[in-house]
Design a protein around this ligand. Structure first.
Ligand SMILES: [Zn+2]
Length: 201
């Protein structure tokens, strides 16, 4: 009998972990936008913020009917476009939400649009790497040079819950790697092993 209950429960638990809606705690954070519809950017220099920044993110149910998610993605977009603190990408943990949601500016497209990626992960990294200077909206004190793959293959969901695979190269691939690192609780400063190479802002 115990075995049957276990067998019945496992798929339910796995499904709910795989992609759930916002919790009431997350909804509280999402509701705290300023007058411009922007969220507060979490900083690694702040000990309680850094706990969130160093946590791994979970998937989210990628449905257009999920209105809380729709609103949040718009607020996250407003936040990365803040003229006083403009970014080329942003990840949900940077505003306190540990979910796999990022915006990336597509420098590989003509109009350089910002695009949204849900439940994103990297399937493949090129062996060829290049060092480039990086900064982060969540790191006020430092910038520094990070070695990243020049090409990656990503997999993500769109709002129709459709899985999409794409290969990205150049500077845009660097932004993707930086933002997806955020979803794994990694900051660019952690990729620089020799801390004497960090550049003070
Ligand atoms: Zn960052």
């Amino acid at each position: 009998m115990k075995k049957i209950i276990f067998i019945l429960l496992v798929p339910i638990i796995l499904t709910s972990c795989a992609s759930s809606k916002f919790t009431s705690y997350e909804k509280q954070i999402v509701d705290h936008t300023d007058n411009n519809g922007r969220l507060r950017v979490f900083l690694v220099e702040n000990p309680s913020d850094s706990l969130i920044l160093y946590k791994k993110s979970k998937n989210i149910k990628a449905k257009a009917s999920n209105l809380a998610l729709k609103k949040f993605t718009q607020d996250l977009y407003n936040t990365v476009l803040d003229p006083d603190n403009l970014g080329v990408g942003i990840a949900a943990p940077q505003v306190g939400i540990n979910r796999k949601i990022i915006w990336v500016q597509r420098f590989d497209k003509e109009e350089k649009p910002y695009e949204l990626f849900l439940n994103i992960e990297i399937l493949d990294y090129s062996e060829s790497k290049k060092e480039g200077k990086e900064g982060c909206l969540s790191v006020e004190t430092y910038s520094g040079f990070v070695n990243r793959s020049t090409e990656i293959t990503i997999k993500y969901d769109n709002f129709e819950n459709k899985k999409i695979t794409e290969t990205i190269s150049g500077f845009t691939a660097v932004i993707f790697q930086h933002e997806i690192d955020h979803l794994n609780g990694i900051l660019f400063i952690d990729r620089i092993t020799d801390k004497s190479l960090l550049i003070r802002q």
